[in-house]
Design a protein around this ligand. Sequence first.
Ligand code: GLP
Length: 246
Amino acid sequence: MLRNFTLYVEKDYQTMSQKAAEIFAAAVNLAPTGAYGFATGSTPIGMYEALIKMHKCNKVNLSAITAFNLDEYYPISASDPQSYQYYMRKNLFDAVNLPPANTHIPSGEAKNPLAECIAYDEKIAAAGGINTQILGIGNNGHIGFNEPDKGLMATTCYIPLAEATIDANARFFASAKDIPRHALTMGMHSIMMARQIILLASGEGKADILNKALRGPITTNVPASLLQLHHDVIIVADQPAASLLN
Ligand code: GLP
C-alpha cells in the first residue's frame, strides 16, 4: 500500500519530465526567491529542458532562486565535464540566467571535505531551508549519494561510493580508473528537511527499486525507503518505472 505519497504515472519519459517541470514551476512561482534542491543523473535532464522552455516563455522565473545540489563526486575539478558543477551549468543554470552566486554544489575541489560538508549545511540553513527538493533514485535505492548501508548519515557528508554506483556511472567516464571513488552528498536529514520532495523515476530498470522504496519496509539498505517518513513526497514516474506499483 502506498502511504503519504502523491503519485503521477505518465505514459513516457517526455510527459513525465513535463509533469515534473510543471509541479516544480508551480512551487517556484509561489516562492520565486526561495531555495530549491537539484539532482543530477540522466533522469532529470528532460525536466530541466522543460523548465528552460517554460523560463523562455515567462511561465517560470528561475533567475532569483537559490539552488542547492544534492551531491558531487570527490575529488573532481569543477571544469571536468563529468562533474555535477559542469552538468548543472550545461543542463540548467546557464540557460536560466541563474547567477553563479545563487548556485551551490558541494565542491569536489575542497581541500578539506569535512569542513566543506559542514559549511554546506550551514548555507542551506542560512537560506531558510529547501522549499522543493528534486530527487532521482539510484538502481540500488540511493538518493543523492546516500548508499545502502547498515547506517546512514544525517548531515552532508563525505562517503565512499558503492560498487554498484561506480558500475552504473561508469558509462559517463572514459575509463574505469577515471571514476571517483568518493562523493560529497547531502545526508538524509538534510534531504528530509525539504518542505516538499519530487522523486523522479524513469524506465523499467527502476521499477523494482521504486516498488521497494515506496512499498517495502523502511530500511537503510534502501535509502529511498526513508521517504515514506516524509509528509509531502510527489512521485513522478513513467509507466515502465511504475509498472510494479499498481
Ligand atoms: C546518481 C546521482 C543521484 C541520481 C542517481 C540516478 O549517481 N548521485 O542523485 O539520482 O545516480 O541516476 P540516473 O537518473 O542516471 O539513473
